[in-house]
Design a protein around this ligand. Sequence first.
Ligand code: NAD
Length: 358
Amino acid sequence: MTLFDSPDFANHEGVHACFDEKSGLRTIIAVHSTARGPAAGGCRMWPYASADAALTDALRLSRAMSYKNAMADIPLGGGKAVIIGDARRDKTPALFEAFGRAVDSLGGRYWTAEDVGVSPADLAHASRATKYVAGLEGHAAASGDPSPVTAEGVFRGVRLCVERAYDRDLTGVTVAIQGVGHVGAWLADKLHAAGARLIITDVNEAALAQVAARTGARIVAPDAIFDVEAEVFAPCALGGAINVHTLGRLKGRVIAGAANNQLATPEIGALLFEQGRLYAPDYVINGGGIINVAAEILGIESGTAFDGDWVASKLDRLTATLGEVLDRSLAEKRPSHEVADEMAKARIAEAVALRAAA
Ligand code: NAD
């Protein structure tokens, strides 16, 4: 497969394969779009079976970042880096320093951050060779853990969906949360404070016990979460939670949570729309985290401190955007994930036109 033949090539502006003989680094940095600003997206380290598989992932993930950043209305485009390797075995400081040099060679067209297999400590090694790194501690623009901001966006999204689907507030509404990790635990606290009843699951017993003690949540086994009586299902664990095996088991009309890639396939999104369910597109409702990261990037670029007010205003706008997606989905009788994709593409096309006219 060559780049331009790939079914996942979506007019990416640049795809950069970098090799460093000394450290063994093999990385692909995909810049999907810089029309709205420098491309931003994390770096994933994964033992890809082939270079084709790594390329496919970089192409898909970078385009997804363009869409997410456009819907969050932040002045960033979409990019993603993948490092071919086993995060448990192949990490060295030299490898990440070489990765930093690869990022730096793009001259600021791509900003990197954490993703699967890559930690802040790894990024610290990369930052010896480039300033285009978000997610480091110890400077005025540092944004810290994005999870509370992500959870706030998801909380508002759940509230909005319940208003639309059930015409009521959260008091007495039952929410089933799959995964009470960083985001899920914050979400549970916020929903509990708003008067919702909680049913939770996780594979981490300690996390479950802590959240249940704080919120009075009922704990169920991981597979049982799909069968409980709840108005809302909030996937906050892994991708693919909504699939042909689980969709028919859900009792409620609302699906709204933090996880990335909640729909196993786009067809599932069409199916749940036909069933009259309300789905908050994952990359819209979970955009709080990237808004937080964007504040850091803007701060580093302009030499200013982290601006919490800017984050708050973008979070307000994100909730309004989600409302627009849901309204259009109902008015146009189309699945919400399709509407979101179309809005994201339109926002990117608008930026491309503005850039061309400048
Ligand atoms: P996390 O790893 O802290 O939490 C995930 C939780 O899911 C863990 O407690 C884990 O034990 C649990 N889990 C794993 N497999 C499970 C299973 N089969 N059944 C039930 N629980 C299971 O991750 P997080 O940072 O809270 O992120 C949660 C999701 O939200 C991920 O999909 C992530 O990509 C997405 N997301 C997170 C952020 C953020 O700011 N952290 C931003 C955007 C999207």
